[in-house]
Design a protein around this ligand. Structure first.
Ligand code: NA7
Length: 534
């Protein structure tokens, strides 16, 4: 197909769908390119057992349409993947989005034509589309990280990655299963796999913190109270650092201002409430290593209490600062290690050496499996952008532009790539927030920006070198004030061999929104705007 359009959007997850809806409502012609056979993005792919959002369902939804948020009924405090995917499909149907989405199609290249000031986008289905605007809505956690173990092709059993789970599901009944990894995906799936498998072996490189979800059916009265003034609830959430959790009680006092007894009572109360609210027990847990250690020690003590075998409990006790790697929200994770059919193997000192026809080898011992689950995460935030051959001005490749790490202005624009926008791109709060809130903020900003360009007869917008460089310094300076840089997390790209260690998301949603609004109000300060050349 050859088309000439106003905009091409890559990805039909929550970002791509919202962007399509917004641009279409402005009268633009748009095509969304999506590699999957359906909408939903990360929720389309992550179908592993137990997959669930760690942000509460009443918050993890769109707010752009009041009827939509009033009519949709979430069933649980934390929505499970099938329900979130049903919601995504409902939105696609309700707003007739599918007509403008090309499914099972991947973008191969996107090239900016300096003379015409237009993008030419090609796909693996042989399409060529030229468009004024090129918008990346590719998701932060959508390029899976699959470690390349020698002998991988020799393994006779089945292998799965949590981020590319078979649509028909997997029945582990009667099987010997190995799970590699102990991040969120592993922590959510392990308790369920353990119930099915004959034997489950978990390979842990870094022990992780998890707090209980205490997931439950939603209370109809609580739902009605939120829906009675959803706008107010949304507004209060948008004032939170992570754009969620306004209804959880936040204590701004430093942990060291309390006695040990008071601290433990505060942690205990939040442990019983469940979820990310645990880290709101004191105001300085992300800032002060001494205060952080109080919270870390509380969780370690909980693990020691829950897990019967002291050696296993000790291995499961995390050492890094709490919250540095994303805190996990679990249901019965630590309890699972009390089962007779579950074994924990520490691979921190003796990495997995290779796969064999029968299983895998670590520490000189072969473990035999019928199935191996890779819960090994993602090439986060930049992976899905860099795997497209994107070329800006003068043929500049995005991989070269980002050789020293991703450089953006506001996480929205890249120097040398005019009229290209990244939704929840590196340098924006994205993964440290309620993603849907951040997505809608970006969609709104980009929509307003395009409206501005069109109404002022401007042909291009492009981040300036100076603004982008100052922005990267700002993102890093904010991160350096916290404990986020004290461990090897995917926020830093540290989980991918050879990836530059740069803290990618910006901490703090409210000041970011203010900054974006100010930039727009000041005529898109920090961007170069150019009129039509004719
Ligand atoms: P994560 O959080 O990146 O977890 C991946 C896990 O896999 C983590 O425990 C890694 O250990 C482990 N891993 C990765 N490579 C290896 C190798 N080669 N050997 C052993 N272990 C390995 O990904 P998730 O999918 O769980 O979660 C991603 C996000 O999705 C999550 O934060 C939520 O926002 C939703 P490591 O810690 O690097 O030592």
């Amino acid at each position: 197909m050859n088309e000439s359009l106003d905009a091409v959007v890559v990805g039909a997850g929550f970002a791509g769908m919202a962007m399509l809806h917004r641009l279409r409502s402005m009268g633009l012609s748009v095509r969304v390119i999506e590699r999957a056979d359906g909408v939903g993005g990360t929720w389309h792919w992550n179908r592993y057992p137990g997959a669930r959002c760690d942000v509460e369902s009443m918050e993890y939804s769109y707010q752009f349409d009041d009827e939509l948020q009033q009519e949709w009924e979430w069933t649980e405090r934390y929505a499970a993947q099938p329900e979130i995917l049903r919601y995504a499909n409902h939105v696609a149907d309700r707003f007739d989005l599918r007509d403008d989405i090309s499914f099972e199609t991947s973008v191969s290249s996107a090239v900016f034509d300096d003379d015409a000031s237009r993008w030419t986008v090609t796909t693996d289905q042989g399409d060529t589309i030229d468009a004024t605007y090129f918008i990346l809505a590719v998701g932060c956690l959508s390029s899976t990280n699959m470690p390349e173990f020698p002998g991988a092709e020799k393994f006779q059993g089945n292998t799965y990655h949590t981020g590319q789970w078979p649509h028909e599901g997997v029945d582990f009944t009667g099987l010997r299963v190995g799970v590699i990894g102990t991040g969120s995906s592993a922590i959510q799936s392990i308790p369920i796999i353990a119930e099915e498998a004959t034997h489950l072996t978990v390979f842990q490189r870094t022990a992780n913190y998890a707090v209980p979800a205490h997931n439950r059916s939603l209370d109809p009265d609580a739902v009605a109270a939120i829906k009675a003034d959803y706008g107010d609830f949304r507004a209060r959430n948008s004032l939170q650092n992570g754009a969620f959790g306004a209804n959880t009680d936040r204590n701004e006092a430093p942990a060291q201002s309390a006695t040990q007894e008071e601290r433990n009572a505060a942690f205990e109360r939040r442990w019983q409430e469940g979820g990310f609210g645990f880290l709101r027990a004191f105001g300085d847990l992300a800032l002060d290593p001494v205060s952080n250690e109080f919270a870390a020690e509380f969780v370690r003590a909980k693990i020691a209490e829950i897990v019967d075998d002291p050696q296993t409990a000790a291995l499961l006790a995390p050492k890094q600062t709490i919250g540095c790697k994303r805190l996990c929200v679990d249901t019965g994770y630590f309890e699972t290690f009390n089962r007779d059919n579950v074994e924990l193997i520490d691979v921190s000192q003796a990495p997995i050496e290779r796969l064999t026809p029968a299983g895998l080898v670590t520490g000189g011992r072969e473990h035999e499996f019928d199935a191996i689950v890779f819960a090994t995460g993602f090439d986060a935030m930049t992976g899905s952008i860099l795997r497209i051959d994107i070329r800006g001005r003068n043929g500049l490749a995005i991989g070269d532009a980002w050789e020293a790490g991703p450089t953006t202005y506001l996480g929205l624009g890249v120097v040398g790539f005019p009229n290209m926008f990244t939704i929840s791109g590196p340098g924006s709060p994205s993964v440290l927030t309620n993603m849907i809130v951040s997505i809608e903020q970006h969609v709104g900003w980009i929509g307003d920006c395009i409206d501005h360009l069109r109404s002022h007869d401007l042909q291009t917008i492009e981040a300036t070198e100076e603004a982008a460089s100052l922005w990267v310094d700002h993102v890093n300076a904010v991160a350096e004030m916290t404990l986020f840089t004290s461990c090897n997390s995917w926020y830093l790209g540290a989980n991918i061999e050879g990836k530059k260690r740069v803290f990618m998301p910006l901490i703090g949603y409210p000041p970011y929104v203010e900054m974006c609004d100010r930039v727009a109000a000041n005529g898109y300060e920090g961007f170069a705007l150019a009129g039509a050349s004719v």
